[in-house]
Design a protein around this ligand. Sequence first.
Ligand SMILES: *Cc1c(COP(=O)(O)O)cnc(C)c1O
Length: 387
Amino acid sequence: MDTKKLDKQYIANTYARNDLVFVKGSGSELFSDDGTRYIDMGSGIAVCSFGHCDEEWQEAVKLQLGLLSHVSNLYYSLPQVQLAELLCKKTGMSRVFFCSSGAEANEAAIKTARKYSFDKYGSGRSSIITLKNSFHGRTLGALSATGQPALQCGFEPLVPGFLYTQANDIDSLNAIYNKSCCAVMIELIQGECGVNPLSPEFVQAAVNLCKQNDMLLIADEVQTGIGRTGKLFCCEHHGILPDIITTAKGLAGGLPLGAVLFANSTKDTLTPGSHGTTFGGNPVAAAGGVNIISRLTPQLLAEVSEKGEYLKTRLTQCKGAIEVTGRGLMVGIKAERPASELLPILAQKGIIALSAKDRLRLLPALTIPFDMLRHATDIIIETLLGE
Ligand SMILES: *Cc1c(COP(=O)(O)O)cnc(C)c1O
């Protein structure tokens, strides 16, 4: 079957696909339809937390698949409860709403922030401050929160009530605040826009601004969560507990699952009938999530930090890298050449990586074996040097 030809004919033209058809994955290895082996330094955009087709994860998912594959959210569901308890106990958050994607998690967060304010103060306090160059998803609310005119163009009118400020500019953040604001929504490391970390000072300024004005702090940890930066959630690095954390990507290790974690402040905001979803917290996806979250031990997280340090140190020493950013196994590289030129060269050398704007982005599985990471790093460095 000619996958590429049929794709071009029948699949909506929303992706500039790379010229590869993967048919098999195992751990941090991918295999294309012609049998070529690749090292996966992208894990499906931080989705396959424990690599492809991890045995233990498969067992957990298969067990649930044979037991009960779906039950509507009108009934109780054991895997959902197990996963929610794990997430709350490991974070100090109080309650969880499950959905199926990052955008959907952010939609729920936006609705919660507005309702929290409406319940307490009435109408007129619905604006949310977000950052320029942010990425919060493609649905209309999440797209409106996303501070990128290029992605919004043609889809107007957007959802009103978003104010965009410059990342890491505390004066602009404080200046943009007005009495119509009910929340600040941030990615602690901007993923899609180049792996740009927020400064601890800026994060603290956002926390303070929220505290002073009874606004909610929403951390979009769709990409930075689930162990990616060496902690379960990146907010731990900042010593903060947001009012709302959204997550998705790596949560179920390869199955579609999103979650909104509510702190004590917001745990009662959503009430029966005020929000919901059909697929959210599906038992099979939730069982995958239970397996992933329960295996993110302090030891594994320490290994993520260690591998991240190794990767960053070696790349920083490389003359071909102008700037190396990120934390843990979320790394961005500004090079002489744009990522669009480097990715095909890397693929030819057997390395699957990602881009974030013009930067190279690496998001390998949290469990990538050290020798494979070293080999991939050698090839990336060689490529950055133009060899
Ligand atoms: C990927 C991503 C999203 C969107 O998630 P989807 O599952 O694609 O809807 C939102 N926020 C951040 C920070 C992301 O990285």
